[in-house]
Write a new protein. Structure first.
Lengths: 129, 275
């Protein structure tokens, strides 16, 4: 189906718990730009990741001091990935840069689930525990 | 101060978003050609090692698939060869059956012991099929042995490599006759004795049943002469021959419904009683 986890998104979410908003915004824009350059989807990831950071930074920064359970991390990453993917596909509909075809909903949900699973496990094995 | 930072972030966000939109529009309208070329070049360099790994993994899976296919094909080939060989044997047996003057009972070899001194074969036909003790067993190559015991459905055969086996035989061209027995050596070697030394026998000549013993009909091929040796202290020669039939690969055969002529047997018995 082509669904895959978004490691860049996971990294940006982790950055949002560590750095200030300006830095995270710039990182999100730069990494999104690189991702776009490699996937020939110019501007799509850059736009959706920047918007996601703009929306979620406040919440992520607030909970960064808490000790989170596995399922909480899973839920947070899942929601973040869903928001990101909704923005991504929403923008792609307007720009017609990306054609997910009939699998748009499965891609939306399955990609978000993959990202949430990978993000949760990376949270478990991170070194700053 | 906090508000100033927020304003700064809003401005940065707006600039980034505008930049992203500009990229999207340019991409959509056919712009960014140079950037796209550069990104594709970079991507191709990055993907090269990955593609090598992918090619290697694909080669491994293809190799595994081909290996499996090879085994299946070898198995199929082996089966077909076996079927072909069986087909050839059955065809030759069919020809023999059509040409034979005597009625032939087709049999399968259901048990065999060729390694012990008392070697034997067991055939899948018995008295219910008309088989009687004394009948010869043959196939399209030649003589195999003689029926010695019969049950309702099976019969026991004395093969030519048994030490008890005897058959009256003659050399095809010279008509000189003798007795064929096993030579005592392994394999298909038989020995023809009691042929006078004055009879010239050459390697390659065919030895067949003579019919003089009234046990087998004449003309059943037994083997081919390999070499001869002069007898020690007697005026006969020892003729070695290689049997035509291979007992090791034997699976199908015929039992020939041949019955000795009772008149001849009676005359022989009467003569024995006279002297």
């Amino acid at each position: 189906m082509g669904a895959e986890s978004d490691l860049v998104l996971i990294f940006i979410l982790w950055l949002a718990t560590k750095k200030n908003r300006t830095e995270v915004l710039l990182y999100a824009a730069f990494l999104g730009f690189l991702q776009d350059a490699l996937t020939d989807l110019w501007g799509l990831n850059m736009f959706s990741k920047t918007v996601l950071v703009f929306i979620l930074y406040g919440y992520l920064n607030r909970i960064s001091q808490n000790k989170l359970l596995f399922r909480q991390v899973f839920l947070i990453v899942l929601v973040a990935a869903l928001i990101h993917n909704v923005i991504f596909y929403g923008v792609s509909l307007f720009t017609e840069l990306y054609s997910p075809g009939f699998f748009i909903w499965s891609l939306l949900i399955v990609s978000s689930l993959f990202t949430a699973i990978v993000g949760s496990f990376l949270y478990l094995v991170r070194e700053d525990n | 101060m906090r508000r100033l930072a927020d304003v700064k972030d809003y401005i940065i966000t707006a600039i980034i978003l505008l930049l992203a939109i500009a990229l999207m529009i340019n991409r959509h309208e056919g712009g960014l050609q140079n950037m796209r070329k550069a990104s594709i070049t970079v991507l191709s360099y990055l993907e090269q090692p990955l593609s090598n790994i992918r090619t290697y993994r694909q080669a491994i899976s293809t190799n595994t698939y081909l290996h499996r296919q090879n085994i299946l094909l070898q198995d199929e080939l082996s089966r077909l060869r076996s079927v072909e060989q069986q087909n050839r044997v059955l065809r030759s047996l069919l020809n023999l059956r059509e040409e034979s003057a005597h009625h032939l009972v087709p049999v399968k070899i259901v048990a065999k012991d060729l390694t012990s001194v008392n070697s034997f074969l067991t055939a899948s036909a018995g008295s219910a099929d008309g088989v009687e003790p004394g009948m010869p067993m043959i196939n399209s190559d030649g003589l195999i042995g003689q029926v010695i015991l019969v049950s309702n459905s099976y019969s026991q055969i004395l093969p030519y490599n048994n030490s008890m086996f005897r058959v009256s035989a003659k050399v095809e061209d010279s008509r000189a006759y003798g007795i064929v027995t096993r030579s005592g050596r392994a394999g298909r070697e038989l020995v023809l004795q009691y042929v006078p030394e004055t009879i010239p026998v050459e390697p390659g000549q065919v030895v067949q049943t003579s019919g003089f013993g009234n046990q087998y009909p004449p003309g059943i091929p037994i083997g081919v002469v390999t070499h001869t040796e002069p007898g020690r202290g007697v005026e006969t020669q020892t003729i070695y021959l290689e049997a035509f039939t291979d007992l090791n690969t034997l699976a199908e055969a015929f039992i020939m419904e041949f019955k000795p002529d009772t008149t001849i047997n009676n005359l022989i018995n009467e003569q024995t009683e006279l002297f």
